[in-house]
Design a protein around this ligand. Structure first.
Ligand code: AP5
Ligand code: MG
Length: 192
């Protein structure tokens, strides 16, 4: 079982690289952002609450995310080769609860952190915003998302460093080059 936490700032390439990794290694891809956007699309009351947070670039509360992850992990088929967690965990509290949940099912995860310069993040998201239709792909919200990332999400790198399963990737390069770096890490981990 190979579980990968793909971390990084907004626009760092989590979604892009998750698709490559899922295809190459036969893993499931769980994007918590996509799960939340799907809930918004239903037009439910919960979706409206989520929309109010996401469109401003704020995080959804940890307890709401816990339910999503708990039901995902408990429902995994026995023959699952592993999961790429894209956008989860995003706070130290989420990292702690994910560790406990994985332990309950005798699983573990490595964190791969996509490091990208801020100017490039903004450029990529502004460009994507022209076609994505995402309410949070505008300059003000992008800046706020990056600030939230520094305050609330970046500290999880220390959590995984401390637990000895942290790997950093230079995400400033081309998609193909970033994927090469990720494959080196994953193959090294599988053959350890
Ligand atoms: P989420 O959907 O996870 O958004 P995000 O973290 O802001 O990241 P993005 O999806 O914008 O970027 P990405 O890293 O996936 O990059 P991508 O590959 O698309 O979360 C949205 C919101 O949901 C959060 O703000 C929060 O409110 C909520 N949420 C989600 N999870 C949560 C959680 N766990 N707890 C609480 N709240 C949560 O690439 C971006 C662009 O760059 C694309 O156009 C792509 O083509 C391009 N690109 C990618 N790589 C390269 C490259 N190497 N070179 C050139 N261009 C590239
Ligand atoms: Mg994404």
């Amino acid at each position: 079982m190979l579980n990968i936490i793909l971390a990084g700032a907004p626009g760092s390439g989590k979604g892009t690289q998750s698709a490559f990794i899922a295809q190459k290694y036969g893993l499931k891809h769980l994007s918590t952002g996509d799960v939340l956007r799907a809930e918004i699309a239903t037009g439910s009351e919960l979706g409206k609450q989520i929309d109010a947070l996401i469109s401003k670039g704020n995080l959804v509360p940890d307890d709401m995310m816990y339910g999503v992850i708990e039901s995902y992990i408990s429902g995994l088929p026995k023959d699952c080769k592993g999961t790429i967690f894209d956008g989860y965990p995003r706070t130290v509290a989420q990292a702690q609860s994910l560790t406990k949940l994985l332990q309950k099912y005798e699983m573990e995860a490595i964190m791969i952190d996509l490091l990208v310069d801020e100017q490039l993040l903004i450029q990529r998201l502004i460009e994507r915003g022209k076609v994505s239709g995402r309410a949070d792909d505008n300059l003000n919200t992008i800046r706020h998302r990056i600030a939230v990332y520094h305050q609330q999400t970046e500290p999880i790198a220390h959590y995984y460093l401390h637990h000895g399963n942290y790997f950093a990737v230079n995400g400033n390069h081309t998609m193909a080059d970033v994927f090469l770096q990720i494959m080196r890490i994953v193959d090294g981990y599988k053959n350890r």
